[in-house]
Design a protein around this ligand. Structure first.
Ligand code: SF4
Ligand code: SF4
Length: 354
């Protein structure tokens, strides 16, 4: 294979080492870290091995994939706080509890403070590391908007990172918190944003474009419905009545896709395969602020879904379906007259089978 030629800028950035301190110690199931291991575009291995020409070296410190454990693992966190791992990206997974509303103990912690022998809470680690980080990322719906641990009446006062640090919070490099919601977050959404931020910190990409909920706009700019491969059935007012092999629109079974921002229907879950409604599962709004409370009960059509499907079913839907079917049958599926075998065929071919 021919040697790859690098530009001076690429050679420069290859000398930078960016660290990723990935905290899995919020209130969560570590599902985002597990999902990250199935990313393919780029894969975690691509990022760690620096397979993309010109990208900086990246070292990921995440307890799910780490070889080190105990004090050896947590040393990177101390080094980051001490400014020895500059620049670093702080990734937070899991929601942030309110440590002020308990009578004793702690909600979430990792490591021991040598000064007093006490566990260091997740909140304290965020307070120690976020001001030193070049970029801060919240992965998964728990870390972004609170998610399941922040359901109504939960005892921990759980919240997302923007609620904890502030929605207008900026890193020392001037970046807002970057939110990648999902339950779990789509693997390639995480690896792609991580790569983007590393390139931005190396001066090779412009400021990341985020929407009002701090999500990368290019990933969360469209609804599930706008990308779903069942959308034509919705337009035709043709709806599935039960789960299983019915390939029609799932809105009457509770799909919330029309009002949910998520790119899973076109990106799939792994290597482009999967994608909730595309493969028969209703969208339950797992990427959205207010999930899950706002989208429950999951398997009932909400009022807006019922109303819009009613209109589609009893007004324009059947007409569209009828006339399109007629068009396909009478025009689309037929050869044009000038190609019809017989005397009219312009090529002069006389069909042997006529
Ligand atoms: S299954 Fe859901 S996302 Fe797909 S077309 Fe129907 S309502 Fe929209
Ligand atoms: S399609 Fe809906 S349920 Fe599926 S990942 Fe996206 S937001 Fe979550």
């Amino acid at each position: 294979m021919a040697d790859v030629q690098f530009s001076p800028q690429q050679k420069k950035t290859e000398n930078i080492t960016a660290h990723v301190i990935w905290m899995t110690t919020g209130l969560s199931c570590e599902g985002d870290s597990v999902a990250l291991t199935s990313a393919t575009n780029p894969s975690l291995e691509d990022i760690i091995r620096g397979i993309i020409p010109g990208m900086p070296k990246v070292v990921v410190h995440n307890s799910v994939i780490a070889f080190e454990n105990g004090a050896e693992f947590i040393q990177a966190w101390w080094d980051a706080e001490a400014g020895k791992l500059d620049p670093f990206v702080l990734v937070v997974e899991g929601s942030i509890p309110n440590e002020k509303i308990k009578s004793e103990g702690y909600w979430a912690a990792i490591g021991v403070n040598p000064a007093n022998g006490q566990p260091i809470t997740t909140n304290e680690w965020v307070d120690r590391l976020a001001p030193k980080a070049a970029a801060v990322v919240a992965v998964g719906t728990c870390a972004t908007y609170g998610g399941i641990p922040a359901m109504k009446n939960n005892p921990t006062g759980a919240m997302g990172l923007p609620d904890y640090l502030g929605w207008n919070w900026k890193s020392k490099a001037g970046l807002p918190i970057v939110c990648i919601p999902g339950c779990p977050a789509q693997p390639d959404n995480m690896s792609e944003v991580l790569l983007y931020l590393v390139l931005q910190l190396a001066g090779m990409a412009p400021m990341i474009d985020l929407d009002e909920a701090l999500r990368p706009r290019w990933l969360f700019g469209r609804t599930v419905h706008e990308q779903c491969n069942r959308a034509a059935f919705y337009e035709h007012g043709d709806f599935a009545k039960e789960y299983g092999t019915d390939h029609r629109c799932l809105v009457k079974l509770g799909c919330k896709g029309p009002v949910v921002k998520c790119n899973v229907p076109i990106r799939g879950w792994q290597s482009g395969v999967g994608g909730c409604p595309n493969v028969g599962g209703i969208c339950i709004g797992c990427t959205m602020p207010g999930f899950p409370d706002k989208y429950m009960p999951f398997m009932d059509a909400d009022f807006k879904g019922s109303a819009s499907s009613f209109v589609a079913r009893f007004t324009y839907g059947p007409f569209l379906r009828f006339f399109r079917n007629q068009s396909v049958k009478n025009i689309g599926d037929r050869e044009p007259a000038w190609r019809t075998p017989g005397t009219k065929l312009e090529s002069g071919y006389q069909a042997r089978w006529k």
